[in-house]
Write a protein that binds this ligand. Structure first.
Ligand SMILES: C[S@@+](CC[C@H](N)C(=O)[O-])C[C@H]1O[C@@H](n2cnc3c(N)ncnc32)[C@H](O)[C@@H]1O
Length: 208
């Protein structure tokens, strides 16, 4: 049973196959409260260009579309299974206003200064070399654009670390420090019970 649970939850890091598909369906629902709360902290306007990194089954892309009229929303995920599911979930707008590719946070396939908003929901735990990934996020943000990290595993002693292979747990303070070190400004931590945290940073308007 423990092995079954371990392999099920290891699909959080890189969904694959039948268990990966089940995990993506589960995450599209169970991350809704965290994601909706985190997105409520952001001011949206019409015609935003947004990116969700580690987009999983694509529910966040839909939620972003619902908050900005005439938006263009991009999704990227390292897992082929996630990309397939996200494309299905966003089929109505696919390749019109929603664009989804397989790829990694370490090397984003987008030009400098493209996005008003970049989101990362329950995924930074799995990004190798997080400081480098954050530099990539900063590169693709417009000056004044915002980066929003949403996490619910924030305790370094968390049991999840031993259940999900390859997971690094960061406290909200560590994530804020990493955003500060990247050069993002106006960094903020927001918390909500039971263990939700949203960490927000803004790309300095003076940066080209
Ligand atoms: C726990 S799931 C969260 C999915 C989605 N954001 C959600 O809230 O339901 C983590 C996702 O991050 C993706 N991921 C892991 N490492 C990644 C990386 N280096 N670059 C891009 N995506 C990554 C995984 O494939 C997986 O789909």
């Amino acid at each position: 049973m423990r092995n079954f649970l371990n392999s099920f939850f290891t699909n959080c890091a890189h969904p694959k196959g039948r268990m990966g598909r089940a995990m993506l369906k589960f995450m599209n629902c169970c991350h809704a409260p965290l994601t909706n709360w985190g997105l409520n902290l952001i001011d949206f306007h019409d015609e935003m260009t947004m990116l969700d990194i580690g987009c999983g089954g694509g529910a966040t892309l839909k939620r972003l579309m619902a908050r900005s009229q005439h938006a263009n929303v991009y999704g990227i995920d390292i897992s082929e299974e996630s990309v397939t599911k996200a494309k299905k979930v966003n089929a109505d707008f696919l390749n019109k206003n929603v664009f989804i590719v397989q790829g990694t946070a370490e090397k984003l396939p987008y030009p400098d200064g493209k996005f008003d908003l970049v989101t990362a929901v329950e995924t930074v735990y799995f990004w190798p070399n997080l400081p480098n990934c954050l530099l990539e996020v900063q590169r693709v943000l417009k000056p004044g654009g915002r980066f929003v990290i949403m996490v619910e595993v924030i305790d370094a002693d968390s049991k999840w670390k031993n259940v999900v292979e390859g997971m690094t747990v960061y406290s909200p303070e560590e994530l804020k420090q990493l955003l500060d070190d990247t050069g993002l400004v106006q960094t903020e931590i927001h918390r909500k019970k039971p263990s939700y945290a949203t960490i927000i940073g803004t790309k300095n308007r003076k940066m080209g």
